[in-house]
Write a protein that binds this ligand. Structure first.
Ligand SMILES: [Zn+2]
Length: 211
């Protein structure tokens, strides 16, 4: 495992990417990773992710009690704890509010991970957990049936949860999914709408301009 200072800088790097690539806004989302026996590093509640510093990150135990750092740990700490408890193989979690993936849940559409071979190979199925009040015990309850067998879960009307063996891996899975969501969206739009070509008379006028 990386040293704690390296983990902190990896987390800050991912927080900046979440903000700069439009996968969250302001203080949305949260990031955590394992940082030694019984310890997690987690983002603080209420601070904009794009402006976080390494020293803003908190250390909590596996019950969510703060061991070091200022302020309060992320309000979604219980969601993170529920995943770490069931998945010893998971070392990091990224929760974000990616616009298109979240829009799929608003539209009531399942995310078609099986439509794109690379998504299916590297991430696999991506279920949508039913709506739960953010930052409450309802969230870990809503995702509970999906934690053990998935690398990514969508949260209805809320956002995404991706896991990995590192913060970078959990982040890249999110980036890949939002990109795939765009491709699926374009395919959907193109299927619905075929633009008409210009009328022959208009094309002839263009031809005349060429000569
Ligand atoms: Zn959220």
């Amino acid at each position: 495992m990386l040293e704690e200072m390296e983990l902190r800088s990896e987390m800050i790097c991912v927080c900046r990417k979440l903000e700069s690539r439009g996968l969250i806004a302001a203080s949305d989302g949260n990031v955590s990773c394992r940082a030694g026996e019984g310890r997690l590093l987690i983002t603080p509640s209420g601070l904009p992710k794009g402006e976080l510093k390494e020293s803003d990150l908190l250390v909590v135990d596996l019950q969510g009690n703060r061991l070091s750092g200022e302020g309060k740990p992320s309000s979604e700490v219980r969601m993170h704890l529920a995943v770490y408890e069931k998945r010893p193989d998971v070392a990091a979690i990224v929760h974000a509010h990616p616009p298109l993936l979240t829009a799929y849940t608003l539209a009531g559409l399942p995310f078609m991970a099986d439509a794109l071979p690379e998504v299916w190979l590297t991430i696999g199925p991506v279920p949508t957990a039913p709506y739960a009040t953010p930052s409450t015990e309802e969230v870990p309850r809503a995702i509970a049936p999906y934690i053990e067998k998935h690398r990514a879960i969508l949260l209805e009307r809320h956002g995404s949860l991706t896991v990995g063996k590192s913060v970078e891996e959990a982040y890249l899975r999110l980036e890949k999914l939002e990109h795939a969501a765009k491709t699926l969206y374009y395919a959907f739009v193109l299927n619905q709408y075929h633009p008409d070509p210009l009328p022959l008379s208009a094309l002839r006028k263009l031809e005349a301009l060429k000569s």
